[in-house]
Design a protein around this ligand. Structure first.
Ligand code: 1CP
Length: 370
């Protein structure tokens, strides 16, 4: 413990802080880029490590976590690393059993069916700083191993997304079991979302204390909400998290880190997201050029992130280049972080991943210098 505390104080100086400068809207020499799920199954070296260790063993072993986080940075000229973990480590930390089933995904052994299950399945006395210490140790180790190459991103799932997994017990098309709670157990839903909000704030703040230099909040399940449900059951908690993280960092005299909100499929709430005190708003691949132009003009101090269709990586390299050019023309080179509009797929073409990253750098630096 004291060894980790000591290490924390001596992080290597940063060499590439493009992404941090993009968040502040500073002039840059090129547009920064990272890729959602950049550490993962499309990399043979990831699959090879995974053949020897289970998913959650990797998450819980800081040395393995660090190795997997660094794998994409050895291949590509990325401007950020994201710590290898999962949004479902939070329900696990609260006492719920989650297993990763090969070729299927995460499965909860005992999902929440009715509000009375909350008492049985969730231990409200659990502390993020204790239960998720393995995440923070992995962050500190990785921040050192990065040797200042680029900033390290920490993350968490947002309350509604975690609540819906805890009820559905796995991925779902409709999330109808979880949505049923929003219509039948309104008070209990708010109570659970509020409890998750406090835990998530602690989890994010601990990640910063351990060395994370940016934070991304994943609200992945907005596609099953409408504007009304989003305003009632997601947005208030996203806002509380942005405010709560800021206040906690100030209280602990820790320098501020930029906050990214990625609310997937929340095309109906771009105004609310852009005016919710997040520094960066991540856009999924379905957001139209017209919508991007509108929010770009309306919220000039918000940094936008995204939004190439992950499937565009299946295109020919010429077609890919055209799409990248178009994307850079719409977003511009200021207040912008290039990324996919959702996580990369396991069968992505690795040469095109490299082409995506290098082309964003090349075209954006030409745009800036001309
Ligand atoms: O077998 C394997 O190796 C599992 C594949 C895998 C990976 C590589 C899962 C299972 N999680 C991860 C890592 C992960 N998950 C990261 C690591 C950092 C990086 O980006 O490189 C991150 C940020 C996540 C976040 C995550 N997990 C989200 C939010 C992003 C999104 O896709 O909207 C979600 C929804 C999850 C849940 C999850 N974990 C894994 C899967 C297959 C899923 C989705 C399941 C489903 O809903 O069907």
């Amino acid at each position: 413990d004291s060894a980790i505390k000591q290490l924390q104080k001596e992080f290597p100086p940063i060499k590439n802080n493009l992404i941090l400068r993009a968040c502040r809207g500073e002039p840059l020499e090129r547009v920064p880029i990272w890729i959602m799920r950049q550490a993962g199954r499309y990399l043979p070296e990831y699959l090879s490590l995974r053949s020897e260790h289970s998913f959650f063993d990797v998450c819980r072993t800081p040395a393995l976590c660090c190795e997997v986080t660094l794998q994409p940075l050895r291949r590509f000229d990325l401007d950020a690393a994201i710590i290898f973990s999962d949004i479902l480590v939070v329900p696990q930390a609260l006492g719920m059993q989650v297993d990763m089933i090969a070729k299927e995904g995460p499965r909860f052994a005992h999902p929440l069916n009715v509000p009375a299950d909350i008492k049985l399945r969730i231990d409200r006395s659990r502390q993020a700083s204790v239960e998720l210490k393995y995440v923070y140790d992995a962050i500190t180790l990785t921040r050192h191993a990065l040797n200042g190459q680029c900033p390290l991103i920490g993350f968490s799932g947002a309350p509604w997304t975690l609540m819906s997994y805890m009820i559905e017990g796995k991925g779902s098309e409709t999330h109808s079991k979880a949505k049923k709670w929003l219509y039948t157990y309104v008070e209990e839903s708010h109570d659970l979302l509020q409890f998750l909000t406090h835990f998530i704030i602690d989890h994010l703040v601990e990640q910063v204390c351990a060395g994370a230099q940016l934070l991304q909040l994943f609200e992945s399940h907005c596609g099953c909400l409408n504007h009304d449900l989003f305003i009632r059951f997601s947005l208030p908690y996203l806002r509380q998290i942005a405010k709560g993280v800021r206040e906690a960092l100030t209280r602990r005299h820790i320098p501020y880190v930029p906050l990214i909100i990625f609310a997937k499929d929340a095309h109906y709430a771009l105004d609310e997201l852009c005016s919710s005190s997040f520094d960066v708003v991540g856009l999924d691949w379905s957001i139209t050029r017209k919508q991007i132009r509108t929010i770009r003009d309306k919220y000039p101090t918000v940094t936008l992130q995204g939004n190439l269709d992950p499937c565009a990586l299946y295109a020919s390299s010429d077609d890919l280049e055209k799409m990248i050019k178009q994307m850079l023309e719409i977003f511009g080179t200021k207040h912008y972080i290039a990324n996919l509009g959702h996580g990369i797929y396991p069968d992505a073409n690795i040469d095109n991943v490299k082409h995506f990253i290098d082309t964003v750098h090349r075209i954006s630096s030409e745009m800036i210098s001309s």
